[in-house]
Design a protein around this ligand. Structure first.
Ligand SMILES: Cc1ncc(COP(=O)(O)O)c(C=O)c1O
Length: 380
C-alpha cells in the first residue's frame, strides 16, 4: 500500500535519525522552523523597535487564526498565550466564584495543571467537584453529567485524555452544561492536529491547548479559544496592558478592555515562540486533520495488535472511535525501558501508573511500529 503522507518526512529532519513515536509529547520540528526563527532574529536585528508595528503586535491574534482554521474557530476567536496553565487561569478569571453558582465540575483524568488552577480557585469561594475514573482510562460519563447542575458555573474536561488517549464525547457534555446554564472549557491539547474537531459544532464556550505535541509547533505557543458571542460579557482578572482598549495611553485609571480579542491578552507576547510555531500549523493544515486521523486510526490499531501479540498490556481504549492518537503500553520497568529506548534512538515516553506512550503521526512509517514493539521486547 502506498502512503502519500510519507512524502512529508523530508520536512522533518529528525525522522531520518530516530524512530520518532513521541508526537503526543513533542512533535518533530519542521525544517522550516529554523528559517522562521532566523526571520525573527533578522526582524529584531534589522528593524529594531519598528518590528512591533510591522507584524509583532498582531501576532498573537494572527497566529491564533492559523489554529482557528484547524479547530473550526472564526478569525479572532483564538489568541496565543505561553501555555495551557495560563489559558485556563484566564478562563476561570472571567467568572465570580463567591455566588450561588460557584461549582466547577471536572474529572481526575483532566491534566493536573488544570486541576491545580481550580484548587487555587477554591480559596476564592469555588467548589470543585471531581468525578473519579474507575479504570484510569475512561471517565464515567453518567456520573459526570449527573454532577453538572444549576449551581455549576464551569465544566472542564479534556477532549482526549493525556494518560490513556480516551476520546470523550465533549459535545454531549457541552449540551448538558448549557441545559443548566453552565459553560464548558475543553482542553483540546491531545486532539487538535490529530482528531478532527469543530469548536462551533461542539458548542464549546472555551478551549485551551498548546503547540508542543501534534501541531509540531514547539514550546511557548499555547492558545485559548473564546466563543465570540461571549466576548462582551467577559472581563478576565488575569489581564494586563496589552488587553487595554488604548494600551499606549498607559492610563493608570480603571481597566477598560479592548473590544476585540485583544481583551484576552495580558503582557508582552512571546514573539519568538510564535515564529517557531507557524510552520507546524501550516503543515498540519496542508496535510488535513481528516487524513491524519484516518492514518492514525489505522496505525494505532496495528500498534495495539502488535503489542498484544508480544504479550504486552494495552492501557488505551481498544475501540478506535474512542481513542486519540496515542497507544499506552504497560510493561514491567516501563520507565527504565523508555530510557534505554531513548539511548537506542527510539523516542517514546513513560507516565507513572499508565505506561509507555507510543504515538505514530502522519509522518510515521508502518515498519516503525514493528520496530518499536520488537525493541521494547529486547529491552525488557
Ligand atoms: C491535556 C494537556 N493539557 C495541558 C498540558 C500542558 O500544559 P502547559 O501548556 O501549561 O504546560 C498537557 C501537557 O502534557 C496536556 O497533555
Amino acid at each position: 500500500m502506498t502512503d502519500d503522507l510519507l512524502a512529508w518526512r523530508k520536512e522533518f529532519p529528525i525522522l531520518e535519525r530516530t524512530v520518532y513515536l513521541i508526537s503526543h509529547s513533542l512533535g518533530a520540528m519542521p525544517a522550516r522552523t529554523r528559517e522562521n526563527l532566523a526571520a525573527y532574529a533578522e526582524a529584531w536585528d534589522t528593524r529594531g523597535i519598528r518590528a512591533w508595528e510591522e507584524g509583532w503586535w498582531d501576532m498573537p491574534v494572527r497566529t491564533g487564526d492559523l489554529i482557528g482554521g484547524i479547530i473550526g474557530a472564526a478569525p479572532g476567536e483564538v489568541v496565543m498565550q505561553p501555555n495551557v496553565s495560563i489559558c485556563q487561569s484566564i478562563v476561570v478569571s472571567c467568572f465570580d466564584w463567591n455566588g450561588k453558582r460557584n461549582k466547577i465540575v471536572t474529572d481526575d483524568l483532566n491534566f493536573p495543571s488544570n486541576l491545580y488552577v481550580y484548587q487555587g480557585l477554591e480559596r476564592t469561594g469555588a467548589r470543585l467537584e471531581t468525578v473519579h475514573s474507575r479504570d484510569g482510562i475512561t471517565v464515567p460519563m453518567e456520573e459526570l453529567l449527573a454532577a453538572i447542575d444549576e449551581e455549576t458555573q464551569l465544566v472542564s474536561v479534556s477532549h482526549v485524555i493525556y494518560r490513556s488517549s480516551y476520546l470523550q464525547d465533549i459535545g454531549a457534555i457541552a449540551r448538558r452544561a448549557h441545559e443548566v446554564g453552565a459553560k464548558i472549557v475543553a482542553d483540546i491539547y491531545h486532539s487538535a492536529g490529530t482528531v478532527p474537531l469543530d469548536v462551533h459544532a461542539l458548542a464549546l464556550d472555551f478551549a485551551t491547548g498548546g503547540s508542543v505535541k501534534w501541531l509540531c509547533g514547539g514550546p511557548g505557543a499555547g492558545y485559548v479559544y473564546i466563543r465570540r458571542s461571549l466576548w462582551p460579557e467577559l472581563k478576565p482578572r488575569v489581564t494586563g496592558w496589552v488587553a487595554h482598549k488604548s494600551p499606549f495611553a498607559f492610563d493608570p485609571g480603571a481597566m477598560e478592555y479592548a473590544g476585540d480579542s485583544f481583551r484576552f491578552l495580558n503582557g508582552t507576547p512571546a514573539i519568538p515562540a510564535l515564529y517557531a510555531a507557524r510552520a507546524g500549523y501550516e503543515i498540519i493544515s496542508e496535510v488535513g486533520v481528516e487524513r491524519i486521523r484516518a492514518k492514525s486510526m489505522r496505525q494505532t490499531r496495528r500498534l495495539i495488535e502488535l503489542a498484544q501479540e508480544a504479550g504486552f498490556a494495552v492501557r488505551s481504549p481498544l475501540c478506535a472511535d474512542e481513542r486519540g492518537g496515542t497507544v499506552v503500553i504497560d510493561v514491567p520497568r516501563g520507565g527504565e525501558i523508555t530510557q534505554e529506548l531513548s539511548r537506542r534512538d527510539f523516542l517514546v515516553d513513560y507516565r507513572p501508573g499508565a505506561g509507555i506512550r507510543v504515538a505514530p503521526h502522519f509522518y510515521t512509517r508502518d515498519e516503525e511500529l514493528e520496530l518499536v514493539i520488537r525493541e521494547i521486547g529486547r529491552c525488557g
